[in-house]
Structures are given as C-alpha cells and as structure tokens.
Design a protein around this ligand. Structure first.
Ligand SMILES: Cc1ncc(COP(=O)(O)O)c(C=O)c1O
Ligand SMILES: N[C@@H](CCSC[C@H](N)C(=O)O)C(=O)O
Length: 456
C-alpha cells in the first residue's frame, strides 16, 4: 500500500492530502504535523484485528484519542493562499484525513474518502458517469441504490441494465463499449445472493477496459471481504452500518487504488460538499476500532439463529449455511458470512405478526449495529422499489430480514421462538415446532436444537 503523499505539491494540496504544515509553537518548539497518518511509521503491516485499533496520530500533545478538529476554516500565514494542508473543512480536515488514512489501511486500498452517508458514496461515484453511459447492475439491490439508479436513468440520461448478477454470463452479455460502470452488491440486500466479483470484473475489463467495477461491500465490511483484492476498481460501504456499529452516525467510505480515480472522486466531494464532518469522522474512527470483536460475535450469533430457523423448517438465506446455493463461491471471496440473514414464512400476514411479536428484536431498518433488528424489507428498506418491479424481480413479499447483534444468543432465540409461536408461524409438535407456510425444509432439519420445546 502506498502511503499518503508527503509532498507540498499543488496537486497534493488540491487533494487535501500531503504533509501538514510544520510550524513552531510560541516557545520555538517544532510542532509535529497533527494528526499524522494512521499507518505505523515503521511501515509494518499488522493483522487486520490489530490494524483496526492501532493508529499513530503524532499529535503534538500525544493525545491517545485523535482530536476532533471542529473548525470550518484554518488561519493562513499569508494572503497568497496555499502553502498549508488545510484551509477549509469542506476541502480537508485533520480528523477526517486521519480517518481516511486509517480506513485505507483497513480496506486494503491506496486511498479512502469519507462522506456523509452510504448513498453519498454512490452519488459521488455515479457522478463519474456521463449522459449516454450504461450501467450494468443487479436485480436484487438495496432499495436506495435502486432508487438513485432509477433517478439517473430518468433524469441523467444513464442507461441502467438490471440483470441477475449471480450469473456472470448475464453480466457479460450486458457489458458493451458504452458500459461505464458495473455495480455489484454481494451478498445482496435482502435476498443474500452471492455475486462472483473476480469473474465479473475480469469479463467487464476484458470487454471494456474503461469500465469501472464498483462494489458495495456494506453487508460484510472490510473485516470479511476486500473487493479491491478481487478485481474491483472501487469499493464503497455505508459507514452507518458495521464500520461504526452503534447506529449513532451516518457515514460512507469509498476506497480505491487508482490515484487518478481517487482525485476525480475527491473533486466531486470537495465540489459538492459531502465530506464527513469532523465529529462524525471521530465517531467513525472510534467505532471502527471494535469492528473485529463486534463482527465476530454478531457472526457467531447469526450462525446460531440461521441454524435454528433452518432446523425448524424455514427457508433461510445465509451464506454461513451449507444449504446456501452459492456457499462455495461466497467462501472463495470472503472470510465470514456476516450477520444479516433472511427467511420466508410463505404468508405475508404471518411474517408481519412475527415481526410485531418480537420484543428483543427491534423493528428497524439498517443493520450492522450491536443491537438485533428485524424487518420486512418489502415494506421498509426496499419499499422504494415499486410492487410491480419487486414482483418482476421475484422478491418475496413475506421475507423477513434479521440483522443480528451481540446479545446473548439464547435470549435472541427465545424471543424469536416466542414470536414464531405467537404469530402462528409454526405447528407445535410433541418434539418442538415446525414451520408452516413456506415449510421448505433445507439442510439438516429436525436435528439437535430443532427438537427443543420453544420457550414461550
Ligand atoms: C447495501 C447498502 N448499501 C448502501 C446503503 C446506504 O447507506 P446509508 O444509509 O449510509 O446511506 C445501505 C443502507 O442504507 C445498504 O443497505
Ligand atoms: N427510509 C429509508 C430506508 C432506509 S433502509 C436502510 C438500510 N439500507 C437497510 O437496508 O435497512 C430510505 O428511504 O432510504
């Protein structure tokens, strides 16, 4: 990974990166740049769990927590302009820069840029497009992504092709000389389909070397998957989710390896003013340090919940289950299954009752938080996709999405069991209960915990 620029070139200044202006304090002591890059000065690369928490800030007072530079503007030494790294927070801010360098390290990227939300990332990325350009993307996408793409196709002259991205051949067939971008999500939200990033990226670049492959990695976070290492040109994530982990901020991160692409993206961020605020940058920096421990616990809880539901006869979508049709593909790209799963009941009213019967599981959109959440995507996170389109794309209206937190898994299972029984989603049997409705028994049903009587 190449480090941040240390030159004082006008290009570096225009990018909001570069060596901080070294100055002297009132007593004539040299003040180090503050804060310095997050990367260790000895250049050593640690394991990801260590990199998440390890930062070097070079702060002039050795502050253990990187300071919040809550300042919109910075005093300058002359009327000539330039000559120092920061002039105005829209263009660059020390707290934000520190976070960006920290995230670049974690995302296995040469450069990271932080903006005010995940959708802000997609807005910045899609401003690379010109009228007449074509975008090839999936038929199962986060609702907000679908909405922005639809807006661009109706107002921006962009032609958007939605194809089944689980089929690399379908993507290949849609890519042509006008394809400016291939936009992928994996696992997809909310159907948890897996997309073969290396094969699609290689096809796309082969057919059109100028096409940009962008991957939304929000569902897994850099802890579990690094799309840049799999052939993507741009990776972005909603920092609102796993990266921060507490649902106390909105943020988005874009990571790239190509320097000129980074400059073009930074240009839009500075020009449009969507860079992340100093306080939210600080919050995100704090949150990301615990990404490893949070995700490990969320993931192990999610595996327990997925196995519990599957063993009771529900059709569960989770890449940690061997029954997932793309299990091998997922594990060829990722280091974990994440903590979002979905399941079907076969009846939209039953699903609604389950969601409303849950107590520990909060009815909320979003995911990646330490608290467990339950939702009905077709009515909530994906309601902006109209019913007809949802039908055309085979989105089951009864699908329930579970976003698993760090609570005690027994409490989560008890609460879910009670909700399933209360909602009438299961048949009580002498051995426990079995799903009615969808009832597609996938995997190893009726084994182990399946036989336990629910705590109702
Ligand atoms: C997969 C995915 N990408 C992007 C976003 C957008 O992130 P944000 O809400 O931070 O704008 C979301 C959810 O909002 C999402 O689920
Ligand atoms: N009302 C919001 C819904 C946000 S959904 C957030 C998240 N991506 C999820 O999948 O739950 C909107 O219209 O965007």
């Amino acid at each position: 990974m190449s480090g941040p620029s240390t030159g004082e070139s006008s290009k570096a200044k225009a990018n909001g990166v570069g060596k901080a202006f070294v100055t002297k304090d009132l007593d004539g002591h040299d003040l180090p740049p503050s804060p310095a890059p997050s990367t260790p000065r000895n250049g050593r690369k640690y394991a990801l769990m260590t990199e998440l928490v390890y930062t070097e800030s070079n702060d002039q007072y050795n502050a253990s927590s990187v300071p919040i530079y809550q300042s919109a503007t910075f005093k300058q030494d002359s009327a000539m302009g330039g000559g120092q790294e920061y002039d105005y927070t829209r263009s660059g801010n020390p707290t934000r820069t520190h976070l960006e360098r920290h995230l670049a390290k974690i995302m296995s990227a040469n450069r990271a840029l932080v903006v005010s939300s995940g959708m802000g990332c997609l807005d910045v990325i899609t401003r690379l497009l010109r009228p007449g350009d074509e975008v090839v993307t999936g038929d199962d996408l986060y609702g907000g992504t679908n909405r922005l793409l639809k807006y661009l196709s109706t107002h921006g002259g962009i032609i958007v092709h939605h194809v089944d991205t689980t089929q690399p051949e379908a993507v290949r067939a849609a890519v042509n000389s006008k394809t400016a971008m291939v936009l992928l999500e994996t696992p997809t939200n909310p159907l948890i389909k897996i997309v073969d990033i290396p094969t699609i990226a290689s096809h796309a670049h082969q057919i059109n070397p100028t096409a940009i492959v962008a991957v939304d990695n929000t569902m897994l976070s850099p802890l579990l998957q690094n799309p840049l290492d799999l052939g993507a040109d741009i990776v972005y994530e909603s920092g609102t989710k796993y990266l921060s982990g507490h649902h106390d901020l909105m943020a988005g991160v874009i990571a790239i390896n190509d320097a000129s692409l980074g400059d073009r993206l930074f240009f839009t961020i500075n020009a449009s003013g969507c860079g992340l605020s100093p306080f939210d940058s600080w919050l995100l920096l704090r949150g990301v340090k615990t990404l490893g421990v949070r995700m490990e616990k969320q993931q192990s809880n999610a595996q327990r919940i997925a196995e519990f539901l599957e063993s009771h006869g529900f059709r569960v979508r989770y890449p940690g289950l061997k029954s997932h049709p793309q299990y091998d593909l997922h594990w060829s790209m990722a280091r974990g299954a994440g903590a979002v799963l979905s399941f079907e009941t076969g009846d939209v009213n039953v699903s609604e009752r389950i969601v409303e019967s849950a107590r520990l599981w909060a009815i909320s959109v979003s995911f990646g938080c330490v608290n467990s959440l339950i939702s009905m995507p077709c009515r909530m996170s994906h309601a902006s996709i109209d019913e007809k389109t949802r039908r055309e794309r085979n989105m089951p209206e009864d699908i329930i999405r579970l976003c698993v937190g760090i609570e005690d898994p027994e409490d989560l299972i008890d609460d879910l069991s009670r909700a399933l029984v209360q909602a009438g989603a299961v048949n009580i049997t002498p051995d426990g209960f079995r799903a009615l409705g969808a009832g597609n028994v996938v995997g190893e049903a009726d084994s182990g915990k399946a036989a336990e009587t629910p705590a109702v």
